[in-house]
Ligand binder design. Structure first.
Ligand SMILES: C[S@@+](CC[C@H](N)C(=O)[O-])C[C@H]1O[C@@H](n2cnc3c(N)ncnc32)[C@H](O)[C@@H]1O
Ligand code: SF4
Length: 429
C-alpha cells in the first residue's frame, strides 16, 4: 500500500501546496496533487481517496486513477510503497480539506514560515567579538522560559508543518531544559537542528546527543589556531575535543564559520578538517556587524568571490562527500548573481526568491519577541519588522503565533534568483 514518505511535508498554500523533502528540495504542488498527498495522511484506500478528490475538486477519478497517480508519486520521493491498509472517515477528511482550502485561498503569502529559529536562552559561556546578539536587544539572559511554556510554540511549529526548526541562543546547550526539549521534539516528530559553540563538553552531553539521532548538529569554529580563542574568548581545544568526541560516538555533525577577513585564510583548512574528520557539511556565514564592532568586514562582492572560490575548492577536492554552503539571505550576500534565466515565474518561486530572511523565516527570541530575521531590529530593511509579543511564547491565545506569522509574511514579489537557505549556521538536513 502507498503512504507518505517519512519526513515528507505537504502543506496547503494559496496556489495549491508546498512539498518539502528535507535535503532534496522544495516543490510547488497544484491543489489536486496537494489533496492527493495530504489524503495519504488519513487513508491509503484508493476508493476513499478518489471520493475525497471528487468531493473537493469536482473531478472524475477512479480508484485505478488514484493508484496510478500514487505510483507516479513514488518516483517523486513523496510516496513510498509500504504499510498496512488504512481507512478514514471520508466525510470528516473532506470537511477538513474544505476548511484548509478556505483558510489559504485568500492569502498572498505563505501559510507559515519555512524556517523557524528559536532562542530559548541567551546565556552564553563565550564572548565572541563578532556575535550578533546585542546587549541592547536580546541579551536578557535571565529570561529562559521553562519547557512547559515553549511546548505550545513547538506544537504550533509542528502543526503548521514548518520543515526547518533550529535551536540557537546564546549557547543552546546551556538552556536548562535542552534535553527534555529535544525529547519532546523527537516525540512530536519535528526535524530540528542545533548550532553550538562546542564548549559544553562532557560524557553526558555526548551521550545525550547520541540519544537524538534525528537532531542535526553544527559546531561553530573560527580557525584552527589561536585566533579562534582570541575571537571567541573560548578554548579551541575544547571545541575540537567536542567535535572529535562526537565523531567517535558516531554522531554526525558539521562545522560553521563566520566569514571574517581576520580568519579568511582558515576557510580551506577548516574545510580540510571537516573532510578529514568525516563531517557532513562545512558552511560559512556572512558577517552581520549588528553591534558595530571593530572588526574588518567583507563587501558583498568579496563574499561572492569567496563563495565561488570555496565552492570550487571543495567540489574539486571532495566532490559530493562534503556539503558546503554560504549562509546569508539574498540582501546580505547578493549571491548568486541574478541572471534573467533564474528569475522565477511561479508563485512559490517568486515568494522564495524575495528576501528569504524576511519573508519565509521567523525567529522567536527568549523573551517572546518575534522577528522576521535576526537583523531586523537594527537594520530595517523593507518587510523586516519586529514585534514584541511575549504572550505567544506563553501560549495564549494559541492562535497568536499564527497571526503574527501571517502578518509578517505579506510580500511584494521581487524578481531575483533563489538563494540557499538562510538559517544562521544550520537547518535540519
Ligand atoms: C548566535 S550563535 C548561537 C549558537 C552558539 N552559541 C554558537 O555560537 O554556535 C549562532 C551562529 O551565528 C554565528 N554568528 C554569531 N554572530 C554572528 C554575526 N555577527 N554574523 C554572522 N554570524 C554570526 C555564530 O558563529 C554561530 O554559528
Ligand atoms: S558562542 Fe554563540 S552566542 Fe555565544 S558569544 Fe559566541 S556567537 Fe554569540
Amino acid at each position: 500500500m502507498h503512504s507518505l514518505a517519512p519526513g515528507a511535508i505537504v502543506r496547503r498554500e494559496y496556489w495549491g501546496g508546498l512539498g518539502v523533502l528535507i535535503n532534496q528540495g522544495e516543490f510547488e504542488l497544484d491543489d489536486k496533487t496537494t489533496s492527493l498527498l495530504r489524503a495519504l495522511k488519513h487513508t491509503n484506500n484508493p476508493a476513499q481517496i478518489a471520493q475525497i478528490l471528487q468531493a473537493i475538486h469536482d473531478v472524475r477519478v477512479t480508484p485505478a486513477d488514484v493508484d496510478r497517480l500514487l505510483d507516479e508519486a513514488t518516483r517523486s520521493g513523496f510516496v513510498v510503497k509500504d504499510g498496512a491498509p488504512r481507512q478514514c472517515n471520508v466525510a470528516e477528511v473532506t470537511r477538513q480539506f474544505v476548511d484548509e482550502i478556505a483558510d489559504v485561498r485568500d492569502l498572498t503569502f505563505l501559510s507559515a514560515p519555512l524556517n523557524v529559529s528559536i532562542y530559548p536562552g541567551m546565556k552564553c559561556n563565550l564572548s565572541c567579538q563578532f556575535c550578533f546578539v546585542s546587549q541592547e536587544k536580546w541579551d536578557d539572559d535571565n529570561i529562559a522560559y521553562p519547557l512547559e511554556q515553549w511546548i505550545p510554540v513547538l506544537d504550533q511549529i509542528k502543526a503548521m508543518e514548518i520543515p526547518y526548526l533550529t535551536i540557537l541562543g546564546g549557547e543552546p546547550l546551556l538552556y536548562p531544559e535542552i534535553w527534555p526539549m529535544l525529547d519532546y521534539l523527537d516525540q512530536i516528530g519535528q526535524k530540528t537542528h542545533i548550532t553550538t559553540n562546542g564548549t559544553v563538553v562532557s560524557d553526558r552531553v555526548i551521550s545525550e546527543l547520541k540519544r537524538h539521532p534525528n537532531i542535526t548538529l553544527k559546531v561553530s569554529i573560527q580557525s584552527l589556531d589561536d585566533r579562534h580563542s582570541l575571537l571567541t574568548k573560548g578554548n579551541l581545544h575544547k571545541t575540537l575535543r567536542f567535535i572529535e568526541s562526537a565523531r567517535s560516538a558516531g554522531i554526525d555533525l558539521g562545522i560553521h564559520t563566520v566569514g571574517l577577513p581576520d580568519t579568511v585564510d582558515q576557510v580551506y583548512p577548516l574545510a580540510d578538517y571537516a573532510a578529514s574528520h568525516g563531517l557532513n557539511e562545512f558552511s560559512m556565514g556572512v558577517f552581520f556587524n549588528i553591534n558595530q564592532v571593530e572588526l574588518d568586514e567583507f563587501s558583498l562582492e568579496e563574499y561572492r568571490a569567496m563563495q565561488q572560490r570555496t565552492k570550487e575548492y571543495i567540489t574539486e577536492k571532495y566532490g559530493a562527500s562534503l556539503g558546503y554552503r554560504l549562509e546569508g539571505c539574498q540582501i546580505w550576500t547578493a549571491e548568486p548573481t541574478i541572471k534573467w534565466e533564474w528569475v522565477p515565474t511561479t508563485p512559490f518561486g517568486i515568494l522564495r526568491s524575495g528576501c528569504e530572511a524576511a519573508q519565509a523565516r521567523l525567529e522567536i527570541m527568549n523573551d517572546g519577541t518575534l522577528l522576521g530575521c535576526s537583523c531586523s531590529i537594527s537594520i530595517r530593511l523593507g518587510a523586516a519588522t519586529s514585534s514584541r509579543n511575549p504572550s505567544s511564547i506563553c501560549g495564549e491565545p494559541p492562535n497568536h503565533f499564527r497571526n503574527c506569522v501571517s502578518s509578517r509574511l505579506r510580500i511584494t514579489p521581487v524578481p531575483n534568483a533563489a538563494t540557499s537557505s538562510f538559517v544562521m549556521a544550520g537547518a535540519p538536513h
